[in-house]
Design a protein around this ligand. Structure first.
Ligand code: ADP
Ligand code: MG
Length: 224
C-alpha cells in the first residue's frame, strides 16, 4: 500500500543517513587517532600535526552541527511572522560574507500579504543554506535575488535566484541525498535539511537550473 511505501522510503533515508554519519565521523576520527599515535611515539606535537587535528575536529563539528538541525523539527515553535522581516534579517546576517565574495543580495516583495506561520530560526536556516550555496556557485561574485510572490489565495512563492554556473542534470538528481556534495569542503547536508524543514512547514521546494544560474522555489502556506 501507499502507506507502506512511504514508511519504507523513510526507513531508507534513515539508513542512508546513519551510514553517512558513521562514515563522516569515522574518517576524521581515524585521522585524529593516527596523528595522536604518531605524536605519542615521537613524544612531540609538531605544528603540522596540530593543524591536521584541528581541521579534522572542525570537520566533525561542522557535520554534527548541521545534523543537529534535523533533530529540531520535533520541537518546533511556530509563530505568525512577516516573511519580509525574516528575509531582511537573513540579508543582514549574510552581509559580511556577501561583501567578502562580491555578492549583492536584493529583496523584492511582490505581495501585500506575507504573514506566515513558521519556526523563525528554522526558516532563517533555510534561507542561509540556499544563499550560501548561491555564494559558493558564484566565485567571481554577482547578484542574488530573493523575490516573494503571492502564488494563490492560500500560498506564497519565494524565489532565490543566482547567476552561478548552474547544476548539470546528473548532479541535480542527487542534490537531495544526504552527504552528496561536489565541494571539497562541503557536507552535502544543506539541501536535505532545507527540504526537511520546508516539508515540516507544509511547504514544497522546487529547483530549476541552467548554465546561467539556479532558481530555488519555496512554496509556503499563507496565514490569513
Ligand atoms: P554542500 O553545499 O555542502 O555541497 P548542499 O546539500 O547544500 O551541500 O548542496 C549539494 C550540492 O548541490 C552542492 O554540492 C552543489 O553541487 C549543488 N548545488 C546546490 N545549490 C546550488 C547552486 N545554487 N548552484 C550550483 N550548485 C548548487
Ligand atoms: Mg550547501
Amino acid at each position: 500500500t501507499e502507506q507502506f511505501l512511504l514508511n519504507s522510503e523513510k526507513l531508507n533515508v534513515a539508513g542512508q543517513l546513519a551510514a553517512g554519519i558513521a562514515h563522516e565521523v569515522r574518517n576524521p576520527l581515524t585521522a585524529i587517532k593516527g596523528f595522536l599515535q604518531i605524536m605519542d611515539r615521537e613524544s612531540i606535537g609538531s605544528k603540522m600535526y596540530f593543524d591536521v587535528l584541528l581541521s579534522e575536529v572542525n570537520r566533525i563539528e561542522l557535520v554534527l552541527t548541521e545534523l543537529l538541525l534535523l533533530s529540531k523539527p520535533q520541537n518546533t515553535k511556530h509563530k505568525f511572522i512577516n516573511l519580509e522581516s525574516i528575509i531582511e534579517q537573513v540579508i543582514s546576517l549574510m552581509s559580511t560574507q556577501a561583501i567578502l565574495h562580491n555578492i549583492e543580495i536584493k529583496k523584492e516583495i511582490n505581495t501585500d500579504t506575507c504573514m506566515i506561520s513558521c519556526d523563525e530560526n528554522q526558516l532563517k536556516q533555510v534561507f542561509i543554506n540556499f544563499i550560501k550555496n548561491s555564494i559558493e556557485a558564484m566565485p567571481n561574485g554577482g547578484p542574488i535575488y530573493i523575490k516573494v510572490f503571492k502564488r494563490d489565495n492560500d500560498s506564497i512563492l519565494i524565489h532565490i535566484i543566482d547567476r552561478g554556473s548552474g547544476i548539470p542534470a546528473e548532479i541535480l538528481k542527487r542534490i537531495w541525498e544526504p552527504f552528496f556534495t561536489t565541494k571539497e569542503k562541503g557536507t552535502g547536508l544543506g539541501m536535505m535539511i532545507c527540504n526537511n524543514i520546508i516539508e515540516n512547514h507544509n511547504g514544497k521546494l522546487q529547483i530549476s537550473s541552467s548554465p546561467n544560474g539556479t532558481t530555488i522555489g519555496i512554496i509556503l502556506p499563507l496565514n490569513k
